[in-house]
Design a protein around this ligand. Structure first.
Ligand code: SDX
Length: 448
């Protein structure tokens, strides 16, 4: 029985942004343009260029959007210079210490920490929606065993929505809670089934008595004849990994989700697009790339020094994976938390992973090296997360899938915020054309 549907609107808690009396002056061709300045609740300021082209005929250009805000959002705040990360104002350090992934998911999506009753209801919705439609197994059967689980994840999220035509139709806020719960719950089931399929193992169904992360480990590692032994420290470590990945402002994949949501595509289509954007090695794929890098260093008998030299050499095509960040010009607060959790988990499991020693050596060496210091390159969330996932026994190709499971609440919250925007404009960036000027068709016989 689906819990009584909570009629919710897409309302977002209004955050006071200030339209400053200050304006920016822009001089072009002897004409002066006055552009309004807006200030967010944490004092970030932006020049509002919404009317720039109408007034001046000019647009702005910002490769990689390093200086361009695509939206106003009340979900996550990052201060990259100070290494601050807060979900709905709550510091990541407090959530990591005292919360769980599902409680934090509720905070990110609904804008407040849940009461006991709200958390019970949310958890109940997740449990009610944890199974895939049984016919989905025919889709799994169609994938080769070598299929990358990120490819399976993105396609199966869309495939899953085909079984709920009523739920997905139109922009009905009342359906949002079920859509969100179904997506958060099923992304975990799809991921585990994809892993089982890749190993030629029978799928293990979720247990309604298990909490979110324990259920995922159960579906990943149990046998038909014997349940996986859930070690509390392992469940806690993976739950922390999910929590730390839950949202992160307008990163590449979240910005992709908002872009797709702006066309009023359904939530599952937006999430599937987010999975594809996350897959790249410069983004969510970095956690897999870090382990491959550490393994390569280990196998070469290098203590990391040779690799660091290569990472500094532009011609090497190498980067110190897990280092650097577009926003953090300080230590990623998530990396600090994960590094500590790494030590705790490996000690409690009595694991001595040489790759962790290499990672620590790389960090020490890089943080003494002017190349990295001058460019403000510090460990990011991906630098140590793979060590924990290895210790848990997760296969390398599942690392970015773990990131996607963790990021799902952030994508859902950004989808909700986009849909709640009363202006609701489709995102459509401009460009500067640099191609062939006016040209004409030439019949094929006259072409050189
Ligand atoms: C995530 O946006 C988010 O919030 C993302 C994320 C999230 O939670 O969603 O935090 C998750 O994606 C973390 C990042 C994971 N990716 C990696 O670890 C891959 C390695 N890092 C880089 O490729 C890079 O640092 C990025 C992609 C993370 C950021 O790239 P930018 O901001 O475009 O920086 P850049 O490429 O312009 O680099 C600036 C300079 C360049 O040198 P110069 O041309 O100035 O001489 O720094 C150098 C770069 O060559 N540089 C590196 C480097 N990262 C940047 N040199 C060596 N190793 C690196 N890792």
């Amino acid at each position: 029985m689906i819990c009584q549907q909570i009629i919710r609107r897409f309302e977002e808690i209004e955050y006071p942004i200030k339209h400053m009396s200050k304006t920016a002056k822009l001089e072009i061709d002897g004409k002066s343009y006055s552009l309004p300045i807006i200030e967010g609740t944490e004092g970030e300021c932006a020049v509002d260029i919404a009317n720039l082209r109408n007034e001046s005929g000019y647009i702005t250009l910002d490769d990689g959007y390093g200086n361009t805000g695509s939206c106003q959002s009340g979900i996550t705040f990052i201060d990259g210079e100070k290494g601050i990360l807060r979900y709905r104002g709550v510091p990541i350090e407090e959530l990591a210490e005292t919360s769980t992934f599902i409680e934090t998911a509720y905070l990110i999506i609904y804008g407040k920490l849940p009461t006991h009753a709200e958390l019970r209801q949310f958890s109940g919705l997740l449990t009610e929606n944890e199974n895939l439609h049984e016919d989905m197994k025919y889709h799994f059967a169609g994938f080769p065993a070598t299929a990358h689980p990120m490819a399976i994840l993105s396609s199966m999220i869309n495939a899953s929505s085909c079984f709920y035509p009523g739920l997905m139709a139109g922009r009905n806020p009342a359906r949002f809670d079920i859509q969100a719960a179904r997506l958060i719950s099923q992304v975990r089931t799809i991921a585990a089934f994809a892993h089982r399929k890749s190993r030629g193992l029978p799928i293990i169904y979720p247990k309604p008595t298990y909490k979110y992360t324990a259920n995922f480990l159960h579906m990943m590692f149990s046998d038909v004849y014997q349940d996986y032994e859930l070690k509390p420290e392992v469940v806690k470590a993976l739950d922390l990994i999910f929590l730390l990945h839950a949202d992160h402002e307008q990163n590449c994949s979240t910005a992709t989700v908002r872009m797709v949501a702006s066309s009023q595509a359904n939530l599952f289509a937006c999430a599937a697009a987010g999975v594809c954007a996350l897959w790249g090695p410069l983004h969510g794929g970095a956690n897999q790339a870090v382990i491959e890098m550490l393994q390569q260093i280990h196998d070469a008998g290098d203590n990391g020094s040779r690799f660091i030299a290569a990472a500094k050499d532009k011609n090497s095509g190498r980067r110190l994976m897990g280092f650097g960040h577009r926003v953090y010009k300080n230590y990623d607060p998530r990396a600090k938390i994960i590094k500590r959790a790494c030590d705790q988990l490996l000690n409690s499991l009595h694991i001595n992973d040489p790759l962790l020693d290499i990672a620590k050596h790389l960090e020490e060496a890089a943080l003494r090296d002017p190349y990295f210091l001058e460019r403000k390159l510090y460990p990011n969330v991906d630098f140590y997360s793979g060590i924990i996932m290895r210790a848990i026994g997760l296969p390398l190709e599942m690392f970015t899938v773990i990131f996607a499971i963790g990021r799902m609440p952030g994508w859902i919250a950004n989808y909700k915020e986009t849909m709640a925007d009363p202006k609701g404009r489709i995102s459509r960036p401009r460009q500067i054309y640099t191609g062939q000027t006016l040209n004409h068709y030439v019949p094929i016989d006259q072409r050189g």
